[in-house]
Write a new protein. Structure first.
Lengths: 95, 562
């Protein structure tokens, strides 16, 4: 659920250590640019260890909360009951 | 696959194979080598355990609770077995052993160079609870020090390896197979003792709590019993941002504010769940649910009140504090707002592999430690341990069970008769086929589709926190839909191949959770049923689950008087 890993090319020392920091295998290596990239961004947990552990402080995590699938925290029936209750309140207030 | 097209294979033998290099796996490895330096120990992990970048520790707050010299282990055991937590389903012998050994285990960390926050006089800087334990702040990068020490002891590591199947020969576990996550090599590991240490099932809903329960699947398929599955529904509160965005876990700022829920000026935490609580339980979610379903929402948190009341209970390590602040800034944490709307967020913590006092499973040669068996050990009782209701006992459980499992592994090594028998080639070929077959399809669905469907069944609080027969049957129906999707999964790459394994584990764990929850017709600690709201003395027994052919067999067991 990140949009990207922002890598400061001036700072990156191309050590590839960042490939080992991520416990959900998000980070891949761009051979052309010789720098890391977010290969599997949906699995990023936003723990920021990659930012913190990079010896050159070259990585910045750019989050994108809208990309992760967040299931509902209420069942469909309960959610519908609450919506109905809210609509009823509004109807009464209108009268 | 023809012989000439065979993918690369790599085969290795060791006395002990440890699957998972977080705190429990590393503790087991260190314990084995400190007990028997001649033992060959190989530790494999999906991440990079050889450098200490594996497990959940580096992503947590680094809280480590234990029974200090000033506290009473017997009181700790009584509290953990009481009405708020274990509710009489504890293995009391294991619980008391845990309490009496906790200080020794924490102090031993210094021998492995693990840093704990200290006062100027060198004593540990601890938060002293009005309860029978204290909480220290440990370096969240503790695995780096532990793996460095393990390498000095001669422990071997294999990084970026996903274990997909256990090798079971004549009822005994003899190793495991899997694949290299970066190059796809088929990995074969033969060992006299295998230790599962690869985490719990979190269903990957709340960020950072992203374990996918592969340990539970490996143990289930091998024939292990599971215990206390129905209690493995844990949660916290998430926060609604200004724009309606939902923030979970450390990003929410609400995950420990369970005693400070308000509707208007009324503290509904105290209304529905009076008293001081060390952490969340289903009653906190029930308070939210009752008020919301009565049309009284929104439910909000007064964070300042929580901070004023509980701030002294935690001393964070600077490394943990720095990361937490960074994580909070990413989520635009509203320091300037004292009040914000919250919702229940699901975590789970299913760790239900049944183990005995030496962390041994039912299957000879297989041990399970750390978050794989916290609930299944019955040490903590009717809770989704670890850490359930006591912050900081997750790390303590990892140390305790790693220590126990490591000692047991040494005893087993010296007690078994090694046959040197190799697994039949056909078995290894069959396990290879089973591991990689998601690549062989022309068309199929993404494993992510299955995972999302399982999450639909686990996340709603009125399915998994506040249960009824009707709602659980509905949720189980969704899980069974997801189960039917499994044979249609297709992997496009090695990362997705690991996701296929995750999806299988999530379906299995979801099914176990709802089948066990339906069977227990009472309410007890973390198992809260609206249709059976009272605790029933006749249910003071354990529910076990195991594989029986293609069926999930559920049976009860009286708790022995120890």
């Amino acid at each position: 659920m990140i949009r990207e890993l922002n890598v400061d090319q001036q700072k990156c020392i191309h050590c590839r250590q960042c490939l080992d920091f991520c416990y959900t295998n998000v980070i891949g290596w761009d051979e052309t640019k010789e720098q890391p990239f977010a290969q599997y961004p949906l699995d990023c947990q936003l723990c920021c260890v990659c930012e913190d552990a990079c010896p050159a402080h070259a990585i910045t995590v750019i989050p994108d909360w809208s990309r992760k699938y967040y299931p509902d925290y209420l069942s469909a029936k309960s959610a519908a009951a609450i919506r109905e209750m809210a609509a009823e309140k509004e109807r009464r207030a209108g009268k | 696959m023809s012989a000439e097209n065979k993918r690369p294979r790599k085969s290795q033998c060791s006395h002990v194979l440890i699957i998972g290099g977080g705190i429990s796996g590393l503790t087991a490895a260190l314990t084995i080598k400190e007990t028997d330096p001649a033992a060959d120990v190989l530790l494999v992990d999906k991440a990079c355990a050889s450098k200490g970048w594996a497990g959940k520790a580096a992503r947590t707050a680094g809280l480590l609770s234990f029974v200090s010299q000033e506290k009473d282990p017997e009181e700790f055991a009584r509290y953990c077995a009481g009405a708020d937590i274990g509710c009489g389903l504890n293995d009391m012998a294991l619980l008391r052993d845990f309490a009496y050994n906790s200080r020794r285990l924490v102090e031993h960390l210094a021998d492995w160079d693990v840093d704990i926050e200290r006062n100027e006089d060198g004593s540990m800087a601890v938060g002293v609870w009005p309860l029978p334990w204290v909480t220290a702040g440990v370096d969240p990068d503790m695995c780096r020090k532990m793996s460095s020490r393990a390498k000095k002891y001669g422990v071997l590591f294999e990084d970026h390896v996903v274990i997909s199947e256990l090798i079971v020969l004549e009822g005994r576990v003899r190793g495991a197979v899997g694949f290299h996550l970066l190059d796809g090599t088929y990995q074969i590991y033969l060992a006299d003792v295998v230790i599962l240490a690869c985490g719990s099932q979190n269903f990957d809903i709340t960020p950072s709590w992203c374990s996918t329960g592969v340990s539970q699947k490996l143990a289930y398929d091998a024939g292990c019993r599971f215990r206390n599955v129905e209690f493995c529904g844990m949660g916290d509160f998430g926060r609604f941002g200004q724009d309606g965005q939902r923030y979970y876990g450390q990003h929410s700022g609400a995950h420990t504010a369970h005693d400070c829920l308000y509707v208007g000026e009324e503290n509904i935490s105290q209304k529905w769940r009076p008293g001081f609580h060390s952490s969340m339980d289903p009653m906190a979610a029930y308070a939210w649910y009752r008020e919301t379903m009565a049309g009284n929402g929104p439910v909000e948190v007064h964070y300042q009140k929580f901070r004023d009341e509980s701030g002294a209970l935690f001393h964070f390590h600077p490394n943990a504090m720095r990361r937490m602040h960074r994580v909070e800034s990413l989520a635009e944490y509203p320091y300037e707002h004292e009040q914000y709307e919250v919702f229940p967020g699901f975590i789970s913590e299913m760790s239900a592999i049944r183990v005995g006092h030496g962390m041994e499973t039912d299957i000879p040669g297989l041990l399970a430690i750390g978050d794989t068996s916290g609930a299944g050990s019955a040490r903590a009782g009717a809770v989704p341990a670890p850490p359930a209701k006591i912050h900081g006992t997750g790390i303590l459980n990892a140390l305790y069970s790693g220590d126990k499992g490591g000692s047991t592994a040494v005893l087993l090594l010296h007690g078994i008769k090694r046959t040197g028998e190799q697994p039949p080639a056909e078995l290894l070929d069959r396990l290879e086929e089973s591991t990689y077959h998601y690549f062989d399809r022309e068309e199929g669905i993404s494993p992510r589709d299955v995972i999302c469907r399982v999450q639909d069944a686990m996340a709603p609080c009125d399915y998994s926190f506040v249960k009824t027969k009707e709602r659980m049957e509905e949720a189980l129906g969704i899980i069974l839909e997801a189960k039917e999707m499994l044979p249609r999964m297709k992997a496009e790459n090695l990362h997705e191949l690991s996701k296929c394994l995750d999806a299988q584990a999530m379906v299995l764990c979801g099914e176990m959770f709802y089948r066990a929850s339906l069977a227990r017709t009472e309410s007890r600690s973390f198992h809260l049923r609206e249709d059976y709201p009272e605790m029933d003395a006749s249910w003071k027994k354990w529910l076990n689950i195991r594989k029986n052919g293609e069926e999930m067999e559920i049976f009860t067991e009286e708790i022995p008087n120890i």
